[in-house]
Structures are given as C-alpha cells and as structure tokens.
Ligand binder design. Structure first.
Ligand SMILES: C[S@@+](CC[C@H](N)C(=O)[O-])C[C@H]1O[C@@H](n2cnc3c(N)ncnc32)[C@H](O)[C@@H]1O
Length: 533
C-alpha cells in the first residue's frame, strides 16, 4: 500500500468495520475515481453526451454525473472554461441529489467553498429561486464565487459569515439547506494524501464541536416542512451518526428520511457508537440506521456520510414574497421610470437610444436617490451617486433577455440579486450580492465576465463562435487578440457588428470580446486565463 495510514486510524477503522476491514484496506490499492458533472445551466445532459471530449460512464446516484478515465484531464479542455461541466468527486455528488432541490426553492449551502455542491444546487434550481452560498473562510469564498460564475449561475449570493449570524437574518427561511460540514476528512485520504498530515486521533472530536454549532444554526434557518442534508467526507462515527443522534435529541422537530440503499449506499453505523457508550433508544437507533455511508470498498467513490433530515410542519410558500421584478421592465425608482417609458410589447421591445437617454436624464435625481438606498444590500455597499442609465441602456440594446431580480449597486459595481428581500443582507459580509453585471466607468457601462458566461448565445445582440477543435478557443482563453472576419459576427437585426460581442465556444458562452475592423479584442479576465501550454 502506497499510503501510510496512521495506526490509531487503522485500529479505529478495524473496530468500526469488523470483517469488512480487509476489503476497506484493499480499496487503498485502487486509484481514486475521477468524475465530472454536466452543468445543465449551460448544456443539456443529452447534448453534452453527444459532444463530450471524454468517454463517459454514468455515476449511478447522479443523473448528470460521469466517471472519466484516468488521464482524461477534464480541466484542460475549453468546455471546462465555458462551464459545461464541473470536476467533482463522484461520492461528493450524492448529498445534493438527496437534498431534492426543486426550481423556485430557497436554498442555503452553509459550508459551500469551493462550490462543487453549490454549482450542483444551482443547476437543479435552473435559475429559479435563490441560492445562498456561504463559507467561513474568506479565501475559499473567492474560489466559490469564481466557480459559481464559471458555471453561469444567475441566482446565487455569496456570503462569508458565521452561521449564527446568517441565522439572525434568515430565521425559518429556507426550503432546503445543505450542511457539507468541515470534518476530519478521513474519506479523502486516498484522493488527497495531504489530508493525512492534518489528521490526529483527536481530530474527530474537534470537528464534532464545530459541526454541532453549525447544525444548530442550520436548524433555525430551515422553514417548517423543509429538508436539510448533513454530509461529511469522513468515517468517524462521532462526526457522522453520533452528530445526528445528538442533533435529533436536541431537535425533536426533525426526523431522518431513510436513504435508499439501491446504489450500494450502506446504512448508518450504530453498533460502534453504542459500544462506545452512546445510549440510544430503539426509535433513535432506527432513525440513525436510515442515514447513509458511501464506503470506498462498496461504491466507486471516496468515503462519505449523508443524512437527510426533515423538519416537521407544512411548507408554506406564500408567506413571503418570492417573485422578482423584471430588471428591464420595472426596476426600482429611476429605472422603473425609465422602463415605464420603454416597456410596451413585452420584454423584447426596443426604444431608440435618444428616447432612452431622454427618459434617463428626466429621472436622474430619483435614480440617484434610489441607488443610494441600495446601501443596505450587504456590508461594503456604498452610496451610488451616478446614473444607472448606461447599464439600462446596455441591457435594452445589447441583450435579448428577460432579467429578473433587484439591481444592487456596490460603489460602481452592478449586481442583479435574486433575493426578494435584499435588506436581509444588510448586516452580513457579502462577497457577491448577486449576479455580477458589470461596472459603471466614466459614464459608460462595462459588462462583466459573469454576465457573459451566464448568457446563451442568442441572448446577446451579437455573438461570435469559436471552435474548440482548431485552437482558436484556446487562444481566446489565453487572452490573445484574434483576427475574425466580419461575416462571423452574428448580429440581431438592426445591430452593427462593431462593439461588445459575446464570445462562444462551439455555441456556449465563454466571455466578452470587442470587435472592430476584423480584430476581436480579448476581454477574457486576466485572472481567469488559460496559463500553461
Ligand atoms: C467539506 S468543505 C465544503 C466543500 C463544499 N461543500 C463543496 O462541495 O465544494 C467544508 C467547508 O466548511 C468551511 N467551514 C469551516 N467552518 C465553517 C463554519 N463554522 N461555517 C461555515 N463554513 C465553515 C470550510 O472553510 C470549508 O470550505
């Protein structure tokens, strides 16, 4: 065996697994399983299977998940950069599948970075409802925000907060909550040997303390009738079944929804805990047996634990507002007035530039006042003393999409928020208050990269298609300026070829470019570029 597993770990696993211990140890001779999950916000599962650059083998418990062969290097294909899939360990796909997220749900992913499960939740929401993705570690929230942006997520908010502070702002709010808890990571030793460095026999108890606090806050935030999934990537019963047993004793309003054993998931372990002094009633033991274990010697994936918890009560979707205004139809204050002049026959109606300008200037003062009022949308939001007109103009003239949400302004940065009550964020450290639309600079609107990546080709007034096959897409992703003939710029009727163009790879949006006189200036952000050969 290549891995040196600490002896106290081995001894504990032997006492947990009994006669299965040898099978478990043999699993360390196998390579970890590499997986990708199709991002259905960008491409359907069926379409991806048709164009996949890799051989795909389905992950049984995730309809959009696939095993890819060793050496496939999915991170080195332009489709990855266009957000067509997310690279995810197969067992890690199970918690979100069990959470049963539905379009329109309000979902909280409480320990979310770097975002594997958040991007999976977002795909299930299909752009409807809202996802709040939080992580306590500020550096990791950067990766979280980037991954959500790369996957073209429009309805997420990224927080960097303590769970109890979020609970103050969102009591009994969410339909679904995922607690993918920080844990001792024992299930990941095969995949990531470096995890071994941090492991100590006492680690499970240290993490158990944190997990208990996180779960308490999560319980307060779940709406009656809501569902919560608790997951870890560790084997220690103290962090898994023991945690759920303590939680159920403290929260009798919760019960375990038993996990279906059909994919090779095993029942939760109760005997070890009972042998180690945890008294359990028969009713509690039965509930705990309904939690699930993904053992590396039983499924093709790393070690995981999953518990699905239901909160008693009726789901009441009418209690609080869920609908969002149309950004390009009836925004707040100045924008609303602006939109009122331009809204006639549905979302695609267009006003002339002169009309839009006149409307904009006529309501400049109200515009200012309203935007300044958006200060409450999270810490860091500043008064905005400018004119949102250039942004409104851009979405009216350059996009063909019905944007829904609240416009939130941080300094000169503009976001579109899917949270119906944006004031709930006022006391929270907000990394992204919504979908980043772009920035106002010297009276102009500069569209942001996340705006581009979440658009479909036909939603931009102009787009150009690069092929993944001939190296052009990679050159774009590396930041090069490209020579592109005018005939290749696909424009909506009445739109000239010069200016911002949505750059697509084989039809899927990847970023912005600016076209002029046969040259496509590269607007792919520096920090996102394809760096190695
Ligand atoms: C298992 S990882 C999450 C992986 C993530 N769900 C995914 O699928 O990509 C656990 C995360 O919990 C975060 N964390 C640790 N303590 C936390 C706390 N008290 N509240 C929220 N997040 C916490 C860590 O920074 C870490 O990113």
């Amino acid at each position: 065996m290549a891995l040196h597993l600490p002896s106290p770990f081995q001894a504990k696993m032997k006492s947990l697994l009994g006669s299965n211990f040898d099978d478990f140890m043999n699993s360390y001779h196998e390579s970890p399983h590499a997986g990708i999950r199709v991002n259905t916000l960008k491409i359907s599962n069926e379409q991806f299977r048709e164009i996949s650059p890799f051989a795909l083998e389905p992950v049984p418990w995730c309809p959009t998940g696939y095993y890819v062969e060793d050496g496939a290097r999915p991170g080195r294909h332009p489709y990855y950069h266009a957000g067509l899939y997310y690279i995810q360990e197969p067992s890690a796909m199970s918690p979100v599948e069990l959470l049963d997220v539905q379009p329109g749900d309000r979902v909280l992913d409480l320990c979310a970075a770097p975002g594997g499960k958040s991007t999976q939740i977002a795909a299930k929401l299909g752009g409807q409802g809202v996802l709040i993705s939080n992580d306590l570690n500020p550096d990791r929230t950067k990766a979280l925000a980037k991954n959500l942006e790369m996957c073209g997520v429009r309805n997420a908010i990224v927080l960097n907060e303590q769970p109890d502070r979020i609970a103050e702002a969102f009591p009994a709010y969410f339909d679904k909550i995922l607690v993918d808890a920080p844990c001792s990571g024992e299930g990941m030793f095969r995949k990531d040997e470096s995890m071994l460095k941090y492991w100590e026999a006492s680690s499970p108890l240290v993490f158990a303390e944190m997990q208990r606090d996180i779960l308490r806050s999560a319980a307060n935030m779940l709406a009656p009738g809501g569902t919560m999934v608790y997951s870890t990537c560790t084997f220690s019963p103290e962090e898994n079944e023991g945690m759920i047993a303590a939680f159920l004793e403290e929260h009798p309003e919760f019960s375990v929804i038993p996990i279906d054993a059909s994919f090779g998931f095993a029942s939760g372990e109760t005997a070890w805990l009972q042998r180690h002094g945890l008294a359990m009633s028969e009713a509690l033991r039965e509930q705990i047996a309904g939690t699930g274990r993904l053992w590396p010697h039983k499924v093709r994936g790393e070690g995981h634990f999953v518990a699905v918890l239901a909160k008693e009560g009726e789901v009441n979707r009418d209690e609080e507002p869920r609908s969002l205004p149309h950004v390009n139809g009836q925004m707040t204050g100045g924008e609303a007035a602006l939109a009122a002049t331009s809204r006639q026959e549905g979302n695609n109606s267009r006003k002339s530039k002169a009309e839009l300008k006149a409307a904009r200037h006529g309501h400049k003062d109200r515009n200012r006042k309203e935007a300044a009022g958006s200060r409450g949308s999270g810490k860091g939001a500043q008064a905005f003393a400018g004119d949102l007109g250039p942004f409104m103009e851009f979405i009216h003239e350059r996009l063909r999409v019905d944007l829904q949400g609240h416009v939130v302004v941080y300094g000169s940065q503009i976001y579109i928020s899917a949270l119906p009550e944006k004031e709930r964020l006022s006391q929270l450290k907000t990394v992204r208050p919504g979908w980043y639309a772009g920035q106002l600079k010297s009276g102009r609107f500069v569209p942001g990269h996340p705006l581009a990546v979440a658009l479909k080709a036909e939603e931009a007034a102009r787009h150009v298609n690069l092929s993944s096959a001939d190296g052009e897409a990679v050159r774009y992703l590396k930041g090069e300026t490209l020579t592109v003939d005018e005939e290749r710029i696909i424009c909506h009727p009445g739109i000239e070829t010069k200016g911002y163009v949505l750059v697509c790879i084989d039809g899927y949006s990847a970023g912005w470019g600016k076209w002029q006189a046969g040259m496509l200036k590269n607007e792919y952000p520096v920090g996102w570029r394809w760096t190695s050969v």
